[in-house]
Design a protein around this ligand. Structure first.
Ligand code: NAD
Length: 361
């Protein structure tokens, strides 16, 4: 198979972990005899430095031409005070919108060998295996009007939370499709006791559920969900929620997995005629300026994102399983990066990438 992939390393540790992820992708392509067609582009702070904008036209062109995009992370402290248009993160939001990737999938698993890395008690976390499906291109992060208005003596800030029926329908269908291939349960999360937006969300989720009679649907208010994720994470299979709630809940999920460096994500849009989903794949973490350039970052979230890419965009389930199995083997070996608190000397980013390649064989 021809795998046409755009790589956007981005900033800080983004570049370091992406390097290892690409290494793993090459190993898989070699082992399973696929042709890998790689292009590299600029996004985020590095793109501002080189072109003056966080999302250059050339990057958009390359992303449109690729079958899938693998991204590191964006963000540099020097832009923390910059206006929104000139911030690295603006590039990422723009790319998601341009690719039309409206569903963000974040698998959260408690690996047996990492139970001690979670701050929660082992018996609570053990067996956790869920996917959080977050709506990604709507809601309060994109709604207008927005802004900070100076009105005489008073200053007022406005953001708008808005959803249409079709936006809710399409992301709900992604969640139900995923649940069908798993434990057949969707938990839709909203704040329907307060927000009209959430009342529509719940109504549409119930309607879409009728198309999937083999999948059970239940509902949780977001505040209760935040609590249940900690009290009883095993109760969740597929969690379906809107943009901002998903943003917050999925970082809570990171705690369950032991380290934010472990978590992959897939952002997918509509299916292509070939059956593949348009996809943007990236680890959940940011550019981590505190450890950038030190060969300390955990690359397993980025490498897990390669597994997600192989599975969702290319339908290569065996190859994806080979990557996941190699990640598990490395975790069992205990030679892992410092964030996972190994008993011996921590491994470097490069060593972990190398170990995953060796484990793939
Ligand atoms: P962060 O995820 O970069 O870091 C949070 C903490 O987790 C830090 O202590 C960091 O060292 C640690 N960490 C993160 N990834 C790790 C890894 N792979 N291995 C080991 N430790 C890891 O979040 P932050 O500090 O809030 O943000 C830093 C910058 O990243 C900001 O500019 C922010 O806007 C940006 N950001 C980008 C994305 C993205 O590109 N998708 C996501 C989140 C934050």
């Amino acid at each position: 198979m021809n795998l046409k992939v755009l790589v956007l390393p981005g900033d800080g540790i983004g570049e370091e972990v992406t390097h290892q992820a690409v290494r793993v992708l090459r190993r898989i392509a070699d082992k399973f005899h696929h042709n890998l067609e790689l292009a590299e582009g600029l996004l985020g702070g590095i793109a501002i430095h080189k072109t003056g904008t966080p999302l250059p036209e050339e990057t958009l062109r390359l992303a449109g031409a690729a079958d899938a995009t693998l991204m590191g992370a964006v963000g540099l402290p020097e832009f923390d005070q910059a206006p929104p248009e000139k911030r690295p993160e603006k590039g990422l939001l723009g790319l998601r919108k341009a690719l039309g990737v409206y569903a963000n999938l974040r698998p959260v698993r408690a690996y047996a060998s990492l139970l001690d890395s979670s701050p929660l008690k082992n018996h609570l976390v053990e067996g956790t295996d869920m996917i959080i499906v977050r709506e990604l291109t709507g809601g309060i992060y994109y709604g207008t009007p927005r802004g900070i208005m100076e009105n005489g003596a008073e200053t007022r800030a406005v953001n708008t939370m808005t959803y249409t029926r079709s936006e809710i329908e399409r992301v709900s269908r992604v969640a139900f499709h995923l649940a069908r291939a798993r434990r057949k349960k969707v938990t839709s999360v909203d704040k329907s006791n307060v927000l009209e937006n959430s009342q529509l969300w719940r109504r549409v989720a119930i309607e879409v559920a009728k198309e999937f009679p083999d999948v059970a649907l239940d509902h949780l208010l977001v505040d209760n969900c935040a609590m249940q994720l900690i009290l009883n994470p095993r109760r969740f299979d597929v969690v379906l929620t809107e943009n901002m709630f998903g943003d917050i809940l999925s970082d809570e999920g990171a705690v369950l997995a032991g380290s934010i460096g472990m978590l992959p994500s897939a952002s997918i849009g509509d299916k292509r005629p070939s059956g593949a989903w348009v996809g943007l794949y990236e680890p959940v973490h940011g550019s981590a300026p505190d450890i950038a350039g030190q060969n300390k970052a955990n690359p397993l979230g980025a490498i897990g994102s390669v597994a997600a890419m192989l599975s969702y965009s290319f339908g290569l389930k065996e190859e994806a399983s080979a990557v996941d199995a190699a990640i598990e083997a490395v975790l069992r070996s205990g030679h892992v990066t410092a964030d996972l608190r190994p008993s011996g000397a921590p491994a470097t980013t490069e060593q972990v990438g190398e170990s995953v390649c060796v484990a793939i064989g």
